[in-house]
Ligand binder design. Structure first.
Ligand code: ASN
Length: 337
């Protein structure tokens, strides 16, 4: 009987990378003071015995870090392991446990470069497992539930936090002190309740199977950096980033990706020197940058990041630059992905 149930259940691999979901604090009252990336994957899986009712689950510790310290090499390492597993006949779905600080970047990266329609779910928690009302167990349970469901196939990389199923492209950490931390300007794709998924909408941007990018063809990622804008900003950071070798600079602009008159000449000059200038917005609830509105992008040969926040724009720019350095092509990619 047991063998029969195992055969019916999906095979899900949980790739652990660290974060608060693997965090531990000194007391149950420590919801915010703790060390991230302490608990190993076997212990995380063992803490939720109900996972075995959803899927045949096995874990792999890919790395053990707090996600603010993730590097491009870490992204590539994780991306390659996901691709290997996705190619394997006995894997039906993949879950990645991840710190929440850069979870949205990793989820978007995988969404761009994994050529599979198998569910890939990225999940984290806002409280360590040692805290009262820790959210990691349920988030992980929900991630495995979605990863083992046939309905989740072909929907791109997904994020399950706070009972919602979000698109890895759209979702962003909006607040760092609530368990309701992850939001998308365009709303969640669905809900997961007691292990069952309920879907409401589909992503319309290109992803995974429909993407022109493939992790198997990416050897390294180019240097793309972000400069933040605010009142009284100067051009020092932009120039320094270019000097240190940035191939593209994401302008984390105010409002509609607007650029201070004190910064415009430097960005014009950097573009002439071959650096790609990509205008994004750091507006909290979701920026939306329009081409040629705040700045004459056609004239300056700049790119706009559409609705991608600066950190997501950095991910797409790195991946796009592995294929082209043509600003028109980059702009097409920013509209399509
Ligand atoms: N909630 C978290 O996971 C935050 C942690 N600093 C991390 O990203 O690893």
């Amino acid at each position: 009987k047991e063998v029969e149930t195992q055969q019916k259940l999906a095979n899900v691999v949980v790739l652990a990378t660290g974060g608060t979901i693997a965090g531990a604090g000194a007391s149950a009252a420590n919801s915010a003071t703790y060390q991230a990336a302490k608990v190993g994957i076997e212990q995380l899986i063992a803490a939720v015995p109900q996972l075995s009712e959803l899927a045949n689950v096995r874990g792999e510790q890919v790395m053990q870090i707090a996600s603010e310290s993730i590097t491009n090499d870490n992204l590539l390492q994780l991306g390659r392991r996901v691709a290997e597993l996705a190619d394997s006949k006995d894997v039906d779905g993949i879950v990645i446990t991840h710190g929440t600080d850069t979870l949205e970047e990793t989820a978007y990266f995988l969404n761009l470069v994994e050529k599979t329609d198998k569910p890939i779910i990225v999940v984290g928690s806002m409280r360590p497992g040692t805290a009262m009302s820790a959210d990691g167990m349920l988030n992980l349970y929900n991630a495995v539930a979605v990863a083992s469901s046939k309905d989740a196939r072909g929907k791109g990389v997904l994020v399950t936090m706070n009972d919602e199923i979000q698109s890895g492209r759209d979702v962003s950490k909006m607040i760092n002190i609530k368990t309701e931390a992850f939001k998308s300007a365009w709303g969640p794709l669905g809900m997961v309740v007691e292990g069952k998924s309920y879907w409401f909408r589909l992503p319309s941007k290109r992803h995974t199977m429909d993407s022109e990018f493939d992790i198997k063809n990416i050897q390294s990622l180019p240097d793309v950096e972000i400069a933040y804008s605010y009142g009284n900003v100067g051009d020092t950071a932009y120039k320094a980033l270019a000097q240190s070798g940035a191939k593209a600079i994401i302008h984390a602009g105010t409002g509609n990706g607007s650029v201070s008159s004190r910064v415009v000449p430097a960005l014009q000059a950097l573009r002439k020197d071959g650096v790609q200038i990509i205008r994004s917005s750091h507006v909290n609830a979701g920026g939306f940058v329009l081409r040629n509105a705040e700045q004459p992008d056609d004239k300056y040969d700049w790119v706009v990041a559409h609705d991608l926040n600066p950190q997501k724009a950095r991910i797409l720019a790195m991946v796009a630059l592995t294929k082209t350095n043509d600003s028109k092509e980059l702009q097409r990619m920013f509209w399509e992905y």
